[in-house]
Design a protein around this ligand. Structure first.
Ligand SMILES: *Cc1c(COP(=O)(O)O)cnc(C)c1O
Length: 386
């Protein structure tokens, strides 16, 4: 399993996905084997036990989030949770208005459902961000109208790690009585997340961004907020998300959240230091003709994420060479080769966006990998002078 070549490459792409923690694998194991019963069945003991495991996981996640477990609805990931939140709220509230607000630098799992709704006749405002990738909450407030039925702003950007001011945005939305959805796929388990009264009304989560299994996530829905289900069927998850709940994935998600909650402070402090070591190493080792630009401010980004544009460098050549030495991304893992819309929104040129690298550190990252990354990038850049 796994080829030797990829195993040897330092993996600095934790914003794209993280490895499953071994404790998560162990927690899931029994539910892939003996305990396979359908957690929604009621007729026998095996099913009741599976159902109890799902509810136990829901309580654990509620504890990590600081919210009522009843607000948590399991989905196949953050993409599905974002779609359910955006389409579900707009469908349920379209008698009150048809205006929705989001931000140009959002993940495609938010932008695309919003644009889909715009195609159906909703009005969409995509707010700009400043050069550091941040949204101005005052600008958001000025955009809200009597017919605004949803605001969607992510907690942490997947390409740059830039954090938005979620408590302030939540307060603005609450004051104006507009439901606020937040894609927290990159934030949960990594930085504190406002939940409950001071937080968003809807929160999308993904397990595989916090050392849990792929194909699992959740939508947190504040009590009393009505939304239209987007999958109809057996009525699982409070009628919001039909389909048999995957007991092993849910159990793995809760275990991952518990572990991430436990080591979050220590991990972010350690990875924050390693990230600065990486940045300093790059600054010192770069050839003089390369002009690096850090995308996002250190104090306003996820501690484990560094995004740099190497001005003066050909992005395609940079990545095709670097690919052989370290696992990093240019922009998002789902951008299909187009220059990053996130960096362009921050005012970067096409060339600057193309010649960017996202470094995503993780729980297993050690100083030796940072040294190897610095060496790989600086040597690659030195070889690119034409
Ligand atoms: C990864 C990610 C998603 C998609 O999550 P999946 O669980 O893979 O569907 C959505 N939004 C953000 C910000 C992400 O980082």
């Amino acid at each position: 399993m796994g080829c030797a070549l990829t195993a040897a490459l330092p993996y600095l792409d934790h914003n794209a996905s993280t490895p499953c923690a071994k404790e998560v694998l162990a927690a899931m194991e029994p539910f892939w084997r003996g305990h396979f019963a359908n957690p929604s069945s009621r007729g026998h003991r095996a099913a009741l036990e599976a159902g109890a495991a799902v509810e136990q996981a829901r309580r654990e996640l509620g504890r990590c989030l600081g919210c009522d477990p009843g607000w948590i609805h399991f989905t196949s990931g953050a993409t599905e949770a974002d779609n359910l939140a955006i389409k579900g709220v707009c469908e349920a509230r379209m008698d009150r208005g048809r205006h929705l607000v989001t931000v140009v630098s959002e993940h495609r799992a938010v932008l695309d459902p919003c644009r889909y709704l715009a195609g159906l006749g909703f009005t969409l405002t995509e707010l700009a961000v400043d050069a550091s990738g941040r949204l101005d909450p005052l600008q958001l407030e000025a955009t809200l109208r009597a017919d605004t039925i949803l605001v969607s702003v992510m907690a942490a950007n997947n390409e740059t790690g830039v954090l938005q001011d979620i408590p302030t945005i939540a307060a603005v939305c609450r004051r104006r009585e507009v439901p606020f959805h937040c894609d927290a796929a990159q934030a949960f388990g990594h930085v504190p997340l406002a939940c409950g009264e001071a937080g968003p009304d809807l929160i999308a989560l993904s397990a595989h961004k916090l050392y849990g299994p792929k194909g699992m996530g959740a939508l947190v829905v504040r009590d009393g907020l009505r939304l239209a289900p987007q999958l109809h069927g057996g009525g699982q998850e409070g009628g919001l998300r039909s389909g048999t709940v995957s007991t092993p994935l849910v159990v793995g998600f809760a275990k991952a959240a518990q572990l991430a909650h436990a080591d979050r402070g220590e991990r972010s402090a350690r990875l924050g230091r390693l990230r600065e070591q990486l940045w300093q190493g790059l600054l010192q080792g770069l050839p003089a003709w390369v002009d690096p630009l850090r995308n996002g401010r250190a104090d306003q980004t996820l501690p484990h994420t560094l995004n740099v544009s190497f001005r003066g460098v050909d992005g395609a050549r940079l990545h095709s060479t670097l690919r052989r030495r370290i696992a990093v991304s240019s922009g998002s893992s789902c951008s299909n080769g187009k220059p990053s819309h996130v960096l362009m929104a921050m005012g970067r040129s096409r060339g600057e966006a193309e010649a960017s690298i996202r470094f995503g550190l993780g729980r297993q990252t050690r100083p030796v990998e940072i040294d190897r990354a610095v060496e790989a990038v600086t040597q690659t850049l030195a070889s690119l002078r034409h």
